[in-house]
Design a protein around this ligand. Structure first.
Ligand code: ZN
Length: 273
């Protein structure tokens, strides 16, 4: 599932080529991916609108429009946004929405598993209320003090706290496991029991692993590609995620997997405490 580095990589690949362009038409091939309005209303709202800016909040892509509204796309499990020429347009069997632009470009939203969502919001207030996202972990506001305030008094496992988008926006299973490995913390440790040193180490680990993921243009395990259909390269640098039974790169012990809150958690039982 695309996490912050993957969504940000998609944003970076699309933003320079879509900013300033005007949406000419919107075709919806799978109604279920449109949330909050009907496909007809979505098309009516979007047609003729200019894209002022493409930003990211957590794992969401936000196209800011010239009337103060925004188009929000959530890739979820298998969503892909692919920029293609509009004439002639080439659809994919999994194309759910097609956006055509005045410049002659088109943006295809393909989604095999159909969990991805396309949403329209009237203004930034309605957008914030619906997404209700926590702090951006690559923002300067994400400090050890901020993370410390989030974990304080919480009994839930640190891993599940890291995945809670209302607290920290953008981390998913892969980068949470990698950050906990780097900070030498077991995923099921109660969040409120972390020491100050552990909070500092975890804050730094989260920032480092996300920055590195971005540098290598994301992790492609199955479906993820950027706006040009290119895969990421961070999968080659994963230290524990998906590596059950392989040697831990730090101590040589075997990487283990436990299921925590319904999700696989990869860790090293020898050097994470
Ligand atoms: Zn180890």
């Amino acid at each position: 599932m695309p996490e912050l580095p993957e969504v940000e990589t998609v944003r970076r690949s699309l933003a320079p080529r879509l900013t300033g362009d005007v949406i000419a038409s919107v075709e919806v091939f799978f109604d279920g991916c449109v949330e909050g309005s009907t496909p007809e209303e979505l098309a009516w709202r979007l047609e003729g609108r200019r894209i002022l800016e493409l930003v990211r909040r957590g794992k969401y892509l936000v196209f800011q429009l010239d009337d103060g509204a925004s188009l929000v796309i959530h890739l979820r499990m298998t969503g892909r946004l692919i920029l293609i020429p509009a004439d002639p347009v080439e659809l994919h069997p999994h194309t759910r929405v097609l956006f055509r632009f005045r410049s002659g470009k088109a943006l295809r939203f393909d989604d095999q598993r159909k969990f991805g969502r396309v949403m329209w919001f009237r203004n930034s207030t309605s957008l914030k209320r619906r997404l209700a996202l926590g702090v951006e972990p690559l923002d300067p506001a994400f400090t050890a003090a901020r993370l410390g305030a989030l974990v304080k008094g919480r009994k839930r496992p640190i891993k599940s706290l890291l995945l809670d988008q209302k607290l920290i926006a953008g981390l998913g299973n892969i980068y949470a496991d990698e950050a906990l490995f780097r900070a030498r913390l077991l995923p099921w440790r109660p969040a409120g029991e972390l020491s100050w040193q552990e909070v500092e180490a975890l804050c730094a680990a989260i920032r480092d692993v996300l920055a590195e993921g971005l540098k290598y243009k994301g992790t492609t395990l199955r479906d993820y590609v950027d706006g040009d259909g290119r895969t990421g390269m961070f999968q080659e640098r994963l230290q524990v995620y998906g590596r059950e039974g392989e040697p831990c790169p730090r101590c040589g012990g075997a990487v283990a997997r436990v299921v925590l809150g319904g999700r696989s958690s990869f860790h090293c039982p020898r050097c994470q405490v």
